[in-house]
Ligand binder design. Structure first.
Ligand SMILES: NC(=O)c1ccc[n+]([C@@H]2O[C@H](COP(=O)([O-])OP(=O)(O)OC[C@H]3O[C@@H](n4cnc5c(N)ncnc54)[C@H](OP(=O)(O)O)[C@@H]3O)[C@@H](O)[C@H]2O)c1
Length: 348
């Protein structure tokens, strides 16, 4: 019997994939072998930080013999290759939006709805980064007082768009600081440096919300298992490298005091409360970057609504917003006996 699972990481050269490789190693995930996949552009590249792993290409032959496949290579790649990995015997944990709202696919946050893992049919979806951090903080409040309505404004980092968006922000900032013309924007509709864009994601024809805003609304309802929850969201892209921040107005069915909310959040798994505004203590993206926790502060009563509280929620979009949760789900599958290691050596 092989000692541990054979794990594929698809999108291994990307921001999220790189972190998934690092976290699998750091957290001691019981893997007998980890294989890195990326696009044809990267095939043959050596990943120096990962003991010289050599990037493979996706093919019917190369995807055979895996127990688990962690995907972070965009929706099109997940749409095409996740079912093929499942047909070849693997369980897929997918970071893209491709499968999240599929009724057969559980959408799981490790601290919020881990029991949903039991009902998977091969593919498990990791939520959108802005949804992920918010539901970790909202879950204990929802359990106590029942959330009736959310009004959300996000302040989202450029790494949430991908590596090229990070480069675009840095290039534009550098050019502007040196009083040079910037190149025409490529990743966003407008200049992102020294700006705030009231468009995170894209507008489909005839839509007055972006896909990012729809994801935040729909995924929150699915994860918290409350299709009737009323949600209004404005997703804003800001010139921050890593760490999404969110101002969330939470209206509950039963009134909840800020003191009780603070108590609940202090006891909640995966949450750190940083809330002493007089001492300028509240969560900041620059501090959340590199951490696996969700940080909550500015917990206060909405002065216009005795059923509502205001919160400020910050997390690293690449870690808890993506890679950390994916690895936590793999750990949960292992702990719950939901994935069995292969009995014999896999085919080459
Ligand atoms: N960034 C976030 O905060 C965040 C949060 C939650 C979810 N996600 C999701 O995670 C995914 C990756 O995001 P990211 O920020 O890591 O993007 P990224 O840095 O741009 O990396 C994309 C990865 O996908 C690979 N890839 C692209 N096309 C491929 C193909 N046809 N076949 C195989 N691999 C392919 C790339 O390989 P090459 O290097 O060879 O091009 C690279 O490894 C996206 O679906 C995104 O929506 C991201």
């Amino acid at each position: 019997m092989s000692n541990g699972y054979r794990v594929a990481v698809v999108g291994a050269t990307g921001q999220v994939g790189t972190l998934m490789l690092e976290l699998l190693r750091e957290r001691g995930f019981p893997a007998s072998e980890i294989v890195a996949f990326a696009s044809e552009r990267s095939v043959g590249r050596t990943l120096e930080d990962e003991d010289g792993l050599v990037v493979q290409g996706l093919s019917d032959e190369s995807i055979r013999g895996f127990d688990l496949a962690l995907f972070s290579a965009g929706g099109a790649t997940s749409g095409e290759w996740a079912p093929r990995f499942v047909d070849a015997g693997a369980i897929v944990i997918d970071n893209s939006s491709r499968w999240r709202m599929n009724e057969e696919v559980p959408l799981v946050v490790s601290e919020v709805n881990p029991d949903a893992l039991a009902h998977h049919g091969g593919i498990i979806a990791n939520p959108n980064c802005s949804t992920m951090q918010m539901v970790v903080a909202l879950k204990p409040l929802h359990d106590e007082a029942g959330i009736d309505r959310l009004v959300i404004s996000t302040y989202q980092a450029v790494s949430g768009t991908g590596k090229r968006a990070v480069d675009e922000l840095l290039d534009q900032s550098h050019a502007l600081l040196h009083e040079r013309q910037i190149a025409p924007p490529d990743q966003y509709a407008h200049q992102i440096a020294f700006n705030a864009l009231p468009q995170a994601g894209t507008f489909a024809v005839g839509e007055d919300h972006t896909d990012e805003e729809r994801k935040l609304m729909n995924e929150t309802r699915k994860i918290l298992a409350d299709p009737a929850m009323r949600i209004s969201a404005t997703c804003v892209r800001v010139p921050v490298l890593t760490g999404h921040s969110e101002a969330v107005n939470v209206q509950t069915r039963v009134p909840l005091s800020p003191e009780r909310a603070r108590e609940l959040l202090l006891a909640a798994p995966g949450v750190s409360v940083l809330d002493d505004p007089q001492a300028a203590l509240y969560p900041l993206a620059i501090h959340a970057a590199g951490s696996d926790e969700v940080f909550v502060g500015r917990i206060r009563r909405d002065p216009g609504n005795e059923h509502a509280l205001d919160l400020w929620i910050v997390a690293d979009n690449l870690r808890k917003g993506a890679a950390t949760n994916a690895v936590q789900l793999a750990e949960l599958l292992h702990e719950r006996g939901l994935v069995r290691p292969r009995q014999e050596a896999s085919p080459a």
